[in-house]
Design a binder for this molecule. Structure first.
Ligand code: ADP
Length: 250
């Protein structure tokens, strides 16, 4: 365990190749997805992923607000990602900061590549993502929740959009970073995949990797996305197997 000033850097990878929480390098954190978690929304989902807790609500297609954003040939997709003030250890300043704006933008753009927006001209599809508890990878958890919520709202899409962050910790490429790995690791690479085509519609990177490591990271991330994809489909099957109100009580 090394020391930098007063700050202790945890050992991120054991000699046996296990991570800080005992996971293997290619192992996801536990993930549960509940489709249809809210009553008011047209579609919704609640995702618990490791220590992340994220709620997504979808409204629309509905009238566009503000009006000037309306488009004559397609629906506009408006996304708002927000982290609750109580979602992190130190209280976060409430409201839309630059980070939230950036995440809202990249998630909205990812959905523009899969939603059949031309089918609903002059309307808005509104996606709200609320992070209730954050432990790294919240934009990916938000994408997964919003994607299931869009499907729950009956919005036609090419495919669901599984997402995961891959990174470099203790010199090795690892799937689905948790907070300590994100903070003290060497790189963080969130991505979202269209499973049908294998196309990535979100890819960001913080930190450094070699070209060979990047190729390995992309490969690992795609495998992780495919695992998550199965859980997303299962959540929707569970929601609709028992009847239209399954999962919600009135
Ligand atoms: P992501 O959540 O998609 O990994 P970041 O890499 O920006 O996005 O953030 C990593 C983690 O850092 C978050 O999941 C959260 O746990 C923490 N974090 C982000 N912003 C803040 C903040 N303003 N205050 C405290 N913790 C934060």
């Amino acid at each position: 365990m090394g020391n930098v000033g007063a700050k202790e850097i945890p050992v991120l990878l054991s000699p046996e190749g296990l991570r800080i929480d005992g996971r293997r390098l290619d192992e996801l954190r536990p993930l549960t997805i509940q489709a249809g978690a809210l009553h008011q929304a047209d579609g919704s989902a609640f995702v618990e992923w490791g220590a992340n807790k994220v709620l997504a609500a979808v409204y629309g297609p509905r009238e566009v607000h503000p009006r000037h954003l309306q488009q004559n040939h397609k629906a506009v997709i408006q996304c708002r990602y927000n982290m609750a003030a109580f979602s992190v250890d130190e209280r976060k300043r409430p409201g839309l900061d630059r980070r939230s704006q950036e995440i809202s933008k990249v998630i909205g753009e990812a959905f523009e590549s899969v939603v059949f927006a031309e089918e609903y001209p002059r309307t808005s599809i509104d996606i709200y993502i609320e992070v209730l508890q954050a432990n790294a990878g919240t934009r990916c958890a938000g994408l997964v929740a919003a994607s299931v919520a869009l499907a729950d709202a009956g919005i036609p899409m090419v495919d669901l959009l599984p997402a995961v962050a891959v990174g470099k910790v203790g010199g090795a490429i690892a799937l689905d970073l948790k907070k300590e790995e994100d903070n003290f690791g060497e790189a963080d690479l969130p991505m979202a995949l269209v499973p049908q085509s294998g196309r990535l519609v979100l890819l960001q990177m913080e930190g450094h990797m070699t070209e060979a490591e990047l190729a390995q990271a992309l490969d690992l991330g795609v495998k992780g996305c495919r695992e998550i994809y199965e859980k997303m489909k299962q959540a929707l099957r569970e929601r609709y197997a028992i009847g239209p109100m399954a999962g919600a009580s009135s």
